[in-house]
Every structure is written in structure tokens, then in C-alpha cells.
Design a protein. Structure first.
Length: 115
């Protein structure tokens, strides 16, 4: 069983940067795809942010492309989301996701972009 724990969220000013981490515990397979999603209040649907495949290939949502970078450290079982040039509309709870059957979600970490 895989468990995910996000960290690194917080309050940042527009234009600032944050680094989110997702620590994986349990039976982690380095070949499995992992991703970040986010959910903004109130009641908005969870949306895709970035994905990284086992071979290191990455995919990004258009609204974060060029600003966010996803990476993975399989040896230490950590997936990172480096966020730069943050905008107010990036405010959301960010979730880590492990692609398996069924998929596994972390508990989320709050990112607030505000002056």
C-alpha cells in the first residue's frame, strides 16, 4: 500500500515561488506515473497540474506551462513541484497523485498567492 504526504505549501506574494514535495511511503514502484492536481475553493473541480512518467517524461497543463516544473527522485521516493511566477489564480489545495489501481491521493497542501 502506497501513502503520500505533501509539504511545502504556504502564503506567497504574486510573482513569488514555492516548492512542493510529495514523500512516498510503502510499496513504491519507480515506473509508476505520478502527478500533481489542485482544487480551488469553493467547490471547484480538482484539476490537473503536471504529470511525470517513470521514464522522466513530463506533461503540464497549459495554465502552468513554463512556470511550474515537476521532478522525481526515485531513490528517495520524492516528487517535487517547483512553482515560479505564481499568480493569484494558482491559489488552491495541491494534491499529489500516484497512478495505480486504485489511484492514491495525498491529503493536500494549501498554497495561497496573495499580497
Amino acid at each position: 500500500q502506497v501513502q503520500l504526504m505533501e509539504s511545502g505549501g504556504g502564503l506567497v506574494q504574486p510573482g513569488g515561488s514555492l516548492r512542493l514535495s510529495c514523500a512516498v511511503s510503502g510499496r513504491f514502484l519507480s515506473t509508476q506515473t505520478m502527478a500533481w492536481y489542485r482544487q480551488a475553493p469553493p467547490g471547484k473541480q480538482r484539476e490537473f497540474v503536471a504529470r511525470i512518467y517513470g521514464d522522466g517524461t513530463t506533461r503540464y497543463a497549459d495554465y502552468v506551462k513554463g512556470r511550474f516544473t515537476i521532478s522525481r527522485d526515485n531513490a528517495n521516493k520524492i516528487v517535487t513541484l517547483q512553482m515560479a511566477s505564481l499568480k493569484r489564480e494558482d491559489t488552491a489545495v495541491y494534491y499529489c497523485y500516484y497512478y495505480s489501481f486504485p489511484g492514491v491521493w495525498g491529503q493536500g497542501t494549501q498554497v495561497t498567492v496573495s499580497s
